[in-house]
Design a protein around this ligand. Structure first.
Ligand SMILES: O=c1ccn([C@H]2C[C@H](O)[C@@H](COP(=O)(O)OP(=O)(O)OP(=O)(O)O)O2)c(=O)[nH]1
Ligand SMILES: [Mg+2]
Length: 178
């Protein structure tokens, strides 16, 4: 068992498929959404906020700005999948090139880095989430089973002058601090 994918416990009975490559030499394992989710249009949210502001004829308060920013955060689309790999390997999550063109979906983190020690972490079992932003003008529904991104397994290298970290990963998305 060198590297591969498994369902997380909560998604084991959800009727999902494990990631597959689409063609003989495809590098990426296509990852699908484990749920049907609606990604709100960030333009729409932004315009609504701006219109409210114009009507009020004043600047946003700090609390209103915070609420607006929270609305505009990327959505974390669940996959129901975790990945295991060798300690010197990483799974790179890349957007599908058709997502911006056909679905107005962008991956705001550029690429996603799935560390080998994310697998089975204590917080969320290592479930892979795909950050997506819908910059289209209409809301976008992603159906359960729709392919949303692709994962590419790669080896990574270490720097000479490193003091090897001893910390254990407890989760993702900022779990190691700011
Ligand atoms: O698109 C992504 C990116 C990351 N992760 C998970 C796996 C990864 O191992 C972990 C941490 O990612 P990263 O190191 O890129 O984020 P961070 O903000 O530095 O979080 P942490 O402090 O937890 O390392 O979050 C995902 O599920 N999807
Ligand atoms: Mg990190």
């Amino acid at each position: 068992m060198k590297r591969g994918f498994e369902f997380v416990t909560s998604a084991a009975q959800a009727g999902l498929k494990l990631p597959q490559r689409a063609t003989k030499q495809a590098a990426g394992y296509d990852l699908a959404s484990s749920q049907t989710v609606v990604l709100p249009s960030v333009w729409k949210l932004g315009l609504l906020r701006a219109l409210k502001l114009i009507r009020k004829g004043r600047q946003l308060t700090t609390a209103e700005s915070a609420a607006a920013s929270a609305d505009l955060q990327p959505y974390l689309v669940p996959t129901g999948i975790k990945a295991y790999m060798q300690p010197n390997e990483v799974l790179i999550i890349a957007n599908r090139s058709s997502n911006p063109l056909k679905r107005n979906l962008i991956l705001p983190n550029g690429i996603g880095v799935i560390d080998a020690d994310y697998y089975n972490n204590a917080n969320n079992e290592g479930e892979i989430f795909v950050q997506l932003i819908n910059w289209g003008i209409g809301d976008r529904t992603i159906h359960k089973g729709d392919r949303i991104a692709q994962g590419i397994f790669m080896p990574y290298l270490l720097a000479d002058q490193e003091a090897a970290p001893t910390a254990t990963r407890t989760g993702g998305f900022g779990s190691s601090g700011d």
